[in-house]
Design a protein around this ligand. Sequence first.
Ligand SMILES: Nc1nc2c([nH]c(=O)n2[C@H]2C[C@H](O)[C@@H](COP(=O)(O)OP(=O)(O)OP(=O)(O)O)O2)c(=O)[nH]1
Length: 128
Amino acid sequence: MLKKINVVAAVIKKDDKYLATQRGYGEFINMWEFPGGKIEPNETREEALVREIKEELDADITPIKFLLTVKYTYPTFKLTMHCYLCKLNDDITLLEHNAYAWLKREKLNTVKWLPADIEVIDYIINNN
Ligand SMILES: Nc1nc2c([nH]c(=O)n2[C@H]2C[C@H](O)[C@@H](COP(=O)(O)OP(=O)(O)OP(=O)(O)O)O2)c(=O)[nH]1
């Protein structure tokens, strides 16, 4: 049995652009993602989102609405990722990532996303 990982991801939109961040460590280093991370026990998804963005980007966000849940099986784990549209209330400081980019909808495909994120990109392109 593959282990299961439950993650929240913040789709942060400012004007007509979306925030993409480039992983700075680990197995998927240099691939792009929506910032976020694992949900801890006794934490709501919204609480996990706010905590993770504070930890990773030193920024305060407000979750606005649930977008979609993506399920993806990696070679070593099964990922469930809950994605929320969020508003950024701060400037960001990269504490764990290598880089960030604000991408318009038509430029979302210009970075190398983690495989699970392709479905999120398709969702954004088709629902905005
Ligand atoms: N945050 C985030 N993780 C993603 C995305 N797409 C995707 O496949 N993942 C995977 C990569 C990681 O294996 C896992 C999330 O782990 P994480 O590394 O961000 O979580 P974390 O900070 O809580 O944990 P850790 O690395 O400190 O162990 O989900 C995404 O868009 N955002």
